[in-house]
Each structure stands twice: as C-alpha cells, then as structure tokens.
Ligand binder design. Structure first.
Ligand SMILES: *Cc1c(COP(=O)(O)O)cnc(C)c1O
Length: 546
C-alpha cells in the first residue's frame, strides 16, 4: 500500500518523457514492466474468483468524479492498480471458472499483444496500418474458407480485391450480427427505378416505395439479445425481431418458421432475414441449418447464422458436421474471443458472396477513397486495433489440428460431465450437451420421485422451491470463490414450460479436469445442506404429493 501520496511534477518535459521509448534494461519503466508481469502471473496462479470484498466496498475506491489535478508516478499508480483493480478482478482463465463463454487465454498472447499496443496500427485505412491490412484480409479469407470451402482460385481472386470484401473484423458478435443484418436490410431495400435505396433515402421512403407495412427478422426463441439491439438500431424495432418456436431440444422448428413467414407476408410485412443459431448462448444447441436455408431460399430471405460461440467447432474435422448447413448461409458471425481463445474484442462476420457488402460501402475524401483497399469502407466501426494479428498468430501457433484437439476435448468433456451428472441420484441434467455447454440442477432424490408424480399446481410449486435452491447454491458457490458455474432460466417442455432455473456450464478451458468437475458437484451438494429449512420444506411438500 502507498501510504503517503507522492506527486509527480506536471511539466512539458516530463510529458515528453512518457512518450519516449525507454532506454536500457535498467530504466524504471522496464523494471515496472517486469515486476508487473510477475505480479500478474502470481494473480493468475493464485486467485480464482476473488469475492472477499463486496462490490459496495469496491465502489468506494472509484467514488470520485474529479480528474486528478496532480500527477502520479507510474510506479505508484501501478501499485494502486494492483491493489484496487487486479486484486478484485475475476480470474476468467481459472480451470474452475466454467460458467461463461469468456475464454481462457493461451499465455503466448500476453507478450504478443505488446506488438499490437506498441505499433498501434489503425486498421481503418492503409495509411495507418500497411501490412496489418493484408494480414486482416487473409485472416478473413481463412475463416471464410473454414466455412464456405471455396477453391484456391476464389481466394486468389477476392481476398485482396479492393472492391470486394469477404467479411469484416470487429469488436465482437454484437457488431458482427448488426453488420450482417445491415447488409441484409440494405440488399432487401435496394435501389429500384427512381428509388435510390434505403442507405440514401431511409426506411420511411423505402417502405413507401416497396409497399411494405413493416420489416421482420426471424430467429428462434433462444436467439441472442444482440439481435434485439440490431433490430432497434436498424430502424426495424425490437418487435420486428420475431421469435420462432423451438422444439424440446431448444432448436428452431422449421415448420413454425415457414408458417410465421407466410403469416407475416399476408400482412405485408417483409421478412427479410432469418437467423439460425449455431450454438445458443443458454443451451448450446444448433438450429437445423439445412432446413432453414431451404426455407430462406423459397421466401427470398437473407440467411444469417449466428455462430458467435459455436463457429469454432468448424476447426474440428470430427465435429464440424454438427454445423452442417452453415455453408449455405449468406453470412456468418464468429467470435474469436470465445472458442478461438483470443482476448476480448475479436469478432467477425463473413459473407458468402464477395460483393455482398457493396450495399454498405462508405467513402470519404481524405480516406477510404474509391478503389483503395482501406478496410474502413466496409466496417461499421471506424478506428480499429490490429487484433486480427493475434488471431493470425494463434492460427499459426496452435494450427487447425491444434484447435481441433481443443474443440474435441471440450465437447468430450461436456459429454463426460453430462454422464457424471446423470449417474448422481440427486442431480438432474436439464439440457444435453450438443457442443460443450450443458445445464443441470440439484434435486434431492426424494424430490425427484415427487416431481415425477406431481401434476399441474403441485409440480409448479415444487419447481418454484427448486428454483430457490438452485439460485442459493449458485450464489453461494460463486461467493465462496473456489469455482464458478453460471445460472440461467429455461422453460423445459417436461416441466410444462414453467420457468426453471438451472446451472449453466461452458467447458472450454483445457485445464478443467474431470476431478474438478467431480469436485464441483460435491461442493454443490454440500452447499445444499447449508439450507436445511428449504430442504425441509421441499421434503414436507413432496410427502404430500400422491
Ligand atoms: C456471445 C454471443 C453473441 C454476442 O457476442 P459479443 O461478442 O458478446 O458481442 C451473439 N450471439 C451469440 C450466439 C453469442 O454466443
């Protein structure tokens, strides 16, 4: 802890110093850098989920709205960051942190990420990025080929073509989804006769020209909330995102999709895009992509696949068939910061047709001139970092077969965990893993029997009490800080579509062992015993269920 705050002098000379590359191994900054690395490594080794200090307390460290009038020394401030921020962060790379899609990171990315910050290339235009631009185009080409498997001639022709683009690198799945639907919207409301296109004249005139009463995007009930944002910013409105019924396995029902499209059309509402999910956020299921593609073809809809999380499965020759039909999509979202093990801020959208993005092309006089290879002419974002370089590096260092091993072990570990849960007399698997995500809950044996007998009201009441129990266990486990699973709310068919709170597990960290998974169940069972009153109430009620 720093007791007495030293202040640095604020002078132009000292400011010049902070912009100067440090010289020699003994410079203060070089030393700070080394000790910081050491400290971070220690944090990553020791911490799991630090939760000793309540958020309310932590907020006190961040309570002043005054920009400091005095300058701090870098060394002091580093100390301050270690005490206030690092020590109260969440160790998302811990092998026992299996609750979210935020990925564990391969360690080589820490030193390599320095290249990105040090060079500070701006990918919006060639003038500020040079080699990073063809690099990013190549990365997009690699991911395009992973999905669409075109021949070499295709990539020779289009990958570096100034007037085409195989996709866009962006900050994540949300921007990728917005970009895909932006393209879909503009293509659906393109220029025709005297109408100059929605991008020029706006939605109001586009609707009048085409004689539509509204626009719709269709997605299964399990679609990600980013699609709602997309519908909102594209002027379609959140109600224009129309949910389609799912089956017992959380997959979109093609028949319901077809019917919904037909009924929208009779009301003069144009369903211009359908989103198939390849790996839903809550249950990890994959929609029937081939069937959706055929329906899209029949109704002239843009077919987008949201594979933000599941897309990396294509790296696995053993499991890529789980996503079959993805190659029929007009566009695909993949997040590299999920199952491609990159740090946050790495999303992509890929388009089947190299000229699909023409309808969102933007030019400006001082940059993004027509015919330039500037990436910014096809991206929603402006200034952008060289993040693609880290994906480029990871794909070389890990390689496709390496990624396959990572994907395979995740999927197989989820299968192991599912069977482990099924073997327990007092746990219930709620959704089977299709990829490496599953949901389950703790249900004492006697309650399971009652639940099987119960009908209507009684079944609903038992489920309510179990929801309280699941919620308690999840919170307590998180607070204890040894391990973390998340929780979500589903409406399973076998529980009359009642709200059912479940534990949600995402298995991606290769360091998560079978022993860890066993220990997590043991811990949850132990925590359940800490609420005897709730268990008693459950037992008493269960005894009344005849
Ligand atoms: C994570 C996710 C998103 C959103 O991606 P961000 O990178 O968080 O913006 C969208 N769709 C699905 C299916 C996801 O899993």
């Amino acid at each position: 802890m720093v007791t007495e705050t030293k202040t640095a002098d604020v002078s132009f000379d000292s400011l010049l110093k902070i912009f100067t590359v440090p010289e020699g191994p003994d410079s203060t900054l070089t030393q700070i850098e080394a000790s910081l690395s050491q400290n971070l490594n220690q944090f990553l080794r020791e911490h799991i989920v630090a939760e000793e200090k309540p958020l309310r307390e932590i907020e006190k460290d961040f309570s002043s709205a005054v920009i400091p009038e005095t300058a701090s020394f870098v060394s002091d401030h580093t100390e301050h960051l270690l005490n206030t921020v690092v020590s109260h962060s969440v160790h998302t790379s811990a092998p026992t942190f299996i609750g979210h899609m935020t990925s564990a990171l391969p360690y080589f990315l820490m030193p390599l990420s320095k290249i990105m910050i040090a060079l500070n290339q701006n990918l919006v235009k060639i003038e500020t990025s040079k080699a990073f631009t063809p690099l990013e185009r190549q990365v997009l080409g690699m991911l395009h080929r992973l999905i669409y498997r075109q021949d070499d001639a295709f990539y020779q022709r289009w990958m570096h073509s100034a007037n085409h683009s195989l996709g866009a690198f962006c900050s994540g799945g949300t921007i990728a989804n917005i970009t895909a639907l932006w393209v879909a919207r503009n293509n659906a409301l393109r220029a025709q006769g005297s109408f100059k296109g929605v991008e020029k004249e706006g939605l109001f005139k586009a609707m009048k020209h085409y004689g539509y009463e509204g626009l719709a995007i269709l997605v299964s009930e399990r679609g990600h909330y980013s699609l709602k944002k997309a519908a909102d910013v594209l002027g379609i409105g959140q109600e224009g995102l129309v949910p389609v019924k799912t089956d017992a396995n959380n997959r979109l029902c093609p028949k319901a999709l077809d019917e919904t499209i037909r009924s929208l059309k009779t009301r003069c509402i144009k369903p211009f895009a359908v989103v198939g999910v390849a790996g839903t956020t809550e249950t990890g299921n994959v929609d029937p992509l081939v069937e959706i593609a055929h329906i899209c073809q029949e109704h002239d809809c843009h077919f987008h696949v949201d594979a933000a999380w599941g897309g990396a499965t294509l790296m696995s020759n053993r499991y890529r068939h789980l996503l079959s039909g993805i190659e029929l999509a007009d566009s695909v979202t993949i997040d590299a910061h999920k199952q491609l093990y990159l740090p946050m801020g790495a999303g992509m959208v890929l388009f089947k047709e190299p000229d699909a993005m023409k309808c969102i092309e933007h030019h400006a006089q001082y940059i993004l001139r027509k015919g330039s290879k500037d990436l910014g002419s096809h991206t929603l974002e402006g200034s952008r970092s060289g993040m693609a370089m880290l994906l480029y590096a990871a794909m070389h260092i890990i390689s496709r077969p390496g990624y396959e091993l990572l994907i395979n072990q995740s999927i197989e570990k989820a299968q192991y965990f599912a069977s482990l849960i099924t073997q327990q007399p007092d746990f219930e698997l709620i959704s089977e893993p299709e990829l490496c995500l599953l949901t389950y809950r703790y249900v004492p044996k006697s309650i399971q029997a009652a639940l099987a007998r119960a009908q209507g009201e009684q079944k609903a009441h038992l489920n309510e009490m179990l929801n309280d129990l699941t919620q308690f266990i999840q919170k307590r486990q998180r607070e204890t800080g040894r391990s973390f699973v998340s929780r979500t709310r589903l409406n399973p068919a076998n529980y009359d579509h009642h709200h059912t709170i479940v534990f949600r597990v995402v298995l991606a960290n290769p360091l998560t062992s079978e022993e860890i998974l066993q220990a997590i169940l043991l811990e949850q069972r132990e925590i359940a015993k800490q609420v005897p009153t709730l268990l008693d109430r459950l037992e008493t009620f269960a005894a009344q269920v005849k």
